[in-house]
Design a protein around this ligand. Structure first.
Ligand SMILES: [Zn+2]
Length: 267
């Protein structure tokens, strides 16, 4: 069955729809015979607490974060969002990710960062506006770059020192203020692995609404320097052939898409 397309929106025609209730990093879901599902119904009493996320076809999507000591709505159970990946339909997982990111933004900007005044949601766009000075707080995105660097048919992959993930991946890092994406990638690869790169080409991108980041992926070629991993960032790094890869990230991550593409090109 072809599902309706999701379209972001900040208002809904009626106080009823799909309810994405967030608690911490978890989403409150109902269970039916097919598995976890998003509850559908009226937004009810706590009307003003709901944030409109958008429309999935004709259905409005609402999000709300529970207070710290507030129990999940009757009939629902909180499930960490990560566990819902692959268990919910893709659309719902994407909307749930937005729900977590946007409810966190909404909560964190109740007061103006400029003057400390109270802010209110706009009915026209995704912004909280200060009632005292008019300053607007929009959701912020933090761009991050990730790149698969190739040398003589081998890919540069490394295992991160700070997160014990148990697999090798592409090098990545956040973009600094004032940098282009290409400059950021070249700097990260130089800092973390000690090599220079060239021929940086756009590959694809992946939003990660939970942390407000947007990962932008590239391929690149080695241009000089021998591997000199930064021990504060990298436990192990190496040049790997497509038929002799170490454990790699799980499917659906852009890191894995870059590695799969490398393998396809060298099969
Ligand atoms: Zn203000």
């Amino acid at each position: 069955m072809l599902r309706a397309m999701f379209v972001p929106a900040v208002t809904a025609a009626a106080p009823r729809g799909r309810l994405y209730v967030v608690t911490g990093q978890a989403l409150c879901v109902v269970r039916d015979e097919r598995g976890p599902a998003i509850p559908v119904g009226p937004v009810g009493e706590a009307d003003a607490a709901w944030l409109v996320i958008g429309m999935l076809g004709a259905e409005a999507c609402f999000a709300r974060a529970l207070a710290v000591d507030e129990p999940p709505p009757p009939g629902t159970e909180p499930v960490p969002l990560r566990q819902l990946f692959g268990a919910l339909p893709d659309d719902d997982f994407g909307i749930a990710s937005r729900a977590l990111g946007l409810t966190a933004w909404d909560h964190d900007h109740r007061h103006c960062g400029r003057c400390g005044g109270e802010t209110v949601r706009s009915a026209h766009e995704r912004v909280r506006t200060c009632t005292r000075c008019g300053h607007g707080a929009y959701p912020r995105l933090s761009p991050a770059v990730i790149g698969l660097v190739e040398r003589d048919g081998c890919a540069l992959l490394a295992r991160n020192a700070r997160v014990a993930l148990g697999f090798h991946s592409c090098l990545a890092g956040f973009v600094e203020v004032g940098e282009s994406l290409e400059e950021a990638l070249a700097r990260e690869v130089e800092e973390e692995a000690g090599v220079a790169i060239t021929d940086i080409r756009y590959f694809g991108s992946q939003p990660w609404p939970l942390t407000g980041s947007l990962m932008i992926g590239f391929t690149a070629r080695w241009a000089g320097g021998e591997l000199r991993p930064d021990p504060t960032e990298i436990v192990d790094a190496g040049w790997f052939r497509a038929d002799a890869l170490p454990p790699v990230p799980p499917p659906f991550s852009i890191a894995r898409a870059l590695i799969d593409d490398f393998v396809r090109r060298h099969a």
